[in-house]
Design a protein. Structure first.
Length: 195
């Protein structure tokens, strides 16, 4: 159980770190006096779409949620809400992608709308992860068997998240790229003028 919980918490911290960085970068872009490098913003959005939305959430649903519903049917309403939030999160990522595209095409216009979209998504996702950690995981700790936890841990061990320190992968290379192109203080790149 401990290994699976540690992995889930580590992935949530990874997602939170990227959301914090994206939020700061959106603010910096809005304050920049020269055209910001939109590649850094697009790379962070790609990470948010590729890792939590397409890898982390489906594994939560397929393994953790499914086992919990078998062992604790009283969790049905909570699991249904969290699944709806996963669906809503995917829709919100599409909105972020449209907002960054509009911002890039209309710069310096669109900064406020993009920053607002990033803030709304970050707050939504942080609330969602808090619900999982404060409501779902304690229930799972009480209800799941050792075999259930072994299945959850095996499923999540296959996630190759760079921030959680797991092996080389597409995500590690993506995170390294984000770190290289994001301007200081978010990343290692040159600071944006006026930011």
């Amino acid at each position: 159980m401990r290994g699976a919980l540690d992995k889930l918490h580590a992935e949530h911290r990874s997602i939170s770190a990227v959301l914090s960085g994206l939020r700061e970068l959106a603010r910096m872009a809005g304050a920049a006096t020269a055209r910001p490098d939109f590649a850094a913003l697009r790379a962070m959005l790609y990470y948010i779409d590729a890792f939590p939305e397409k890898l982390h959430h489906p594994k939560e649903e397929r393994h953790l949620f499914a086992r919990l519903l078998e062992r604790a049917p009283q969790a049905a309403a909570l699991v249904a809400r969290l699944r709806r939030e996963h669906e809503d999160g995917a829709r919100r990522v599409r909105e972020l992608e449209r907002a960054v595209l509009a911002y890039e095409q209309t710069w310096p216009g669109g900064a406020r709308a993009f920053c607002d979209a990033v803030d709304a998504y970050a707050e939504f996702h942080w609330r969602h992860m808090r619900s999982e950690e404060r409501e779902l995981l304690p229930l799972a700790e009480r209800a799941l068997t050792a075999a259930d936890w072994a299945e959850v841990q095996a499923a999540f061990a296959a996630n190759d998240d760079p921030l959680a320190g797991v092996g080389e992968s597409e995500y590690r290379r993506l995170f390294q790229r984000i770190a290289q192109i994001a301007p200081a203080p978010v990343g290692l790149g040159a600071p944006w003028k006026g930011a």
